[in-house]
Design a binder for this molecule. Structure first.
Ligand code: GLU
Length: 494
């Protein structure tokens, strides 16, 4: 059997982490089984759907390198792939269900339905449609229609039937048809509801496995009833657990961005996002944490998808992303990082020379082990760029008050002026010489130099910082620090 799976987002907003995970699991299952992965659009919510959201979703999938074999923009034999372009097909299936008596027209007004709902809730019963229009005669229908009522089409839910769903993740899940109530297949404007359209799409696209979020489990019995009424084989279902935050609550912006492309904007690497979301509800059998998309396609299996909720842990994502940053080619990182410093007016594209390009690549090399996503270059650039250090505060300011500081900085200036080439290696030698000549412990030398140059007590290695700052900026920064603090501080004592 050819495995055919699909990702069927509603284009009512950007692609979220949860949606990306559904897409990924379907993609991996298709790849693993040499099957077909389809992307289609559930755009029947006319008010909330937009092409802009659709584009965002497709762009995010492409960014993650989740490619589809059939579907929107790609085409295929079983299209069209947008529900609003498939309305004739839904009408055919509506006719079939009406002809067989599995569906009927319902003329109840929204107020009547709401009243019934309230009555059932007041009695402590599950609110559902009780079937007032189930047995209307042709005459009764004509009367209602002449009143100007526009009907919906409802599915005739069989009485007292156990509906079994053999879920690949959850095992046998049983629903009682009596709790369901005759549900709407087609709204009065002729637009099909999700439960109906999704079945028609899955049937006509020969879908073999439906892998989607757990929130759709409760819709599944309705869908199974439609398959049964149409006498069509039911696909295999796999409902993947919800994604919660580290406190066990619903994910919100506070726990991390929910939209996939926001991670792109922050300079996360797509392979890190893929690796991270693959582990949201699925676990490999071994201990290895890092997997490429190809590796995932090899090892992914539905029986290692977990029933319990997945936990979205931003720290874990940062850890994974930091790993991929460390193993990425410096040129790639430089290209990704440039826009962030560009935003700060540093090295704007128009006036970037080869030398600056090289400088930037070295800067990235110096910090690539320290950042979790590329936007963080903005937090590091001040160490390496420009003639003015950050202003030291608190303990850092204390460091500059040390009595050895004027001598340290004086000697440092002298040595910087003398040295022919400020490289990592020469800086190491130079600092060592200073400790010897001044007969001071390393910290008493390095720390004032660090604070004088960067305003901070911690940060990237001095032998990275100094060569990248370059002799001119180093001297200027020393001057700024001395002007700002040393003169003022020394003068009271004379
Ligand atoms: N449009 C649904 C959603 O975005 C997809 C449901 C399904 O996969 O059946 O959640």
């Amino acid at each position: 059997m050819d495995i055919r799976v699909r990702f069927a987002p509603s284009p009512t907003g950007p692609l979220h982490i949860g949606g990306a995970r559904s897409a990924l699991f379907n993609y991996l299952w298709a790849r693993k089984n040499k099957g077909t992965f389809i992307v289609r659009s559930e755009d029947t919510d006319l008010e909330r759907s937009s092409r802009e959201s659709e584009q965002n979703i497709l762009e995010a999938l492409r960014w993650l390198n989740i490619q589809w074999d059939e579907g929107i923009e790609v085409g295929g034999e079983r299209g069209p792939y947008r529900q609003t372009e498939r309305l004739a097909l839904y009408r055919d299936y509506t006719e079939k269900l009406l002809d067989n008596g599995d569906a009927y027209y319902c003329y109840c007004s929204e107020e009547e339905i709401e009243q019934e709902r309230q009555t059932l809730i007041a009695k402590g019963q599950t609110p559902r449609y009780l079937g007032k229009c189930r047995h209307l005669s042709t005459e009764q229908r004509t009367v209602l229609e002449t009143e100007g009522r526009k009907p919906v089409v409802r599915f005739r839910v069989p009485v007292t039937q156990a509906i079994h769903i053999n879920d690949q993740v959850r095992g046998d899940v049983v629903f009682d048809s009596d709790g369901i109530g005759d549900f709407v297949l087609v709204k009065s404007d002729g637009i099909p509801t999700y439960n109906f359209a999704v079945v028609v799409d899955d049937v006509t696209m020969n879908i073999t496995h439906v892998i989607r979020g757990e929130e759709h489990l409760s819709n599944t019995p309705r869908q199974v009833l439609i398959y049964q009424a149409l006498r069509l084989p039911v696909p295999k279902f796999a409902h993947v657990s919800l994604i919660l935050n580290t406190e066990g609550g619903k994910m919100s912006k506070r726990d991390g961005d929910t939209a996939v492309l926001d991670y792109q904007k922050k300079g996360y690497l797509p392979e890190a996002i893929v690796n991270f979301i693959a582990m949201l509800g699925w676990a490999p059998s071994g201990k290895e944490e890092f997997y490429t998309l190809d590796e995932l396609a090899e090892v992914f299996s539905l029986d290692r998808v977990s029933k319990s909720p997945a936990v979205f842990d931003l720290q874990k994502l940062n850890y994974i992303n930091a790993h991929y940053i460390k193993v990425s080619a410096p040129e790639r990182l430089a290209e990704l990082a440039l826009p962030y410093v560009g935003e700060m007016g540093i090295l704007p594209q128009e006036e970037r020379s080869d030398k600056q390009q090289e400088w930037f690549a070295n800067f990235i090399k110096a910090i690539s082990g320290k950042i979790t996503h590329m936007a963080e270059v903005k937090d590091f650039i001040h160490y390496f760029h420009g003639p003015v250090p950050l202003e030291p505060e608190g303990e850092a300011l204390e460091v500059l008050r040390g009595e050895q500081v004027p001598a340290v900085l004086g000697l440092f200036r002298k040595k910087v002026r003398e040295v022919e080439l400020l490289s990592g290696a020469t800086v190491k030698v130079l600092l060592k010489q200073m400790t010897k000549e001044l007969k001071l412990g390393g910290k008493l030398v390095y720390m004032p130099v660090r604070v004088a140059l960067t305003g901070q007590m911690h940060g990237p290695e001095l032998y990275d910082v100094i060569p990248l700052l370059g002799g001119e900026n180093v001297l200027k920064r020393l001057e700024v620090t001395e002007k700002r603090y040393l003169r003022g501080l020394r003068s009271p004592q004379g």
